[in-house]
Design a protein around this ligand. Structure first.
Ligand SMILES: Cc1cc2nc3c(=O)[nH]c(=O)nc-3n(C[C@H](O)[C@H](O)[C@H](O)COP(=O)(O)O)c2cc1C
Length: 165
């Protein structure tokens, strides 16, 4: 089976996961929406970063090229606390795929956000009306700061291997 890894990453988190997959499947073509070349692939490992609840418009624009292919989805999200959140995101990205794609499986983990976001949350903590929410968001920010890490990469590779057989 010919594999391609197509990923979009704005700040490097999803790129880290894509690199881990590339080490596992070194013969796979590795590309981004700008260099997308998946024509020859039977199966595409499709990586996305979460942009306002779904994948980026840049990635959406190349998804028609995945028609009739097998797809394994992987992604990172700033809010990484629950699998039910992850599966909602996956459902939204699945809905963007051509209807004739066969989704083989998926993996998601948290992905660190930039320092500007932390400052926004800290400001929320200074205002009594937004303090509670700010503290919750700050806790989430700190938890996400440790991801993706080597354990996430290992879990991704295991999940992908099992899905592809
Ligand atoms: C403009 C923007 C929108 C985002 N929207 C969400 C979101 O809706 N849900 C979420 O969990 N994380 C969101 N995030 C966080 C990123 O998805 C997360 O940090 C991701 O790991 C970034 O991956 P990358 O480094 O591969 O770009 C957003 C980040 C940015 C910059």
């Amino acid at each position: 089976m010919k594999i391609a890894i197509l990923y979009d990453s704005a700040t490097g988190n999803t790129a880290y996961l894509a690199e881990a997959l590339h080490k596992t499947y070194p013969d796979a073509a590795l590309c981004t929406p700008d260099t997308c070349s998946v024509t020859d692939a039977d199966c595409v490992l499709l990586g996305f970063w979460t942009d306002k609840g779904t994948c980026s418009d840049k990635l959406k624009a190349v998804l028609p090229e995945l028609s009739r292919k097998k797809v394994f989805l992987f992604g990172t999200a700033g809010f990484g606390a629950s699998d039910s959140y992850f599966s909602q995101l996956i459902d939204r990205v699945k809905a963007e795929l051509p209807a004739d794609c066969q989704v083989m499986g998926w993996y998601m983990c948290a992905g660190r956000m930039d320092e500007g976001v932390r400052r926004r949350y800290e400001q929320m903590c200074e205002n009594p009306e937004t303090r509670e929410k700010g503290e919750m968001l700050l806790r989430n920010f700190e938890a996400a700061a440790a991801h993706p890490n080597a354990d996430d990469a290992t879990a991704l590779v295991e999940r992908c291997r099992a899905a592809l057989g």
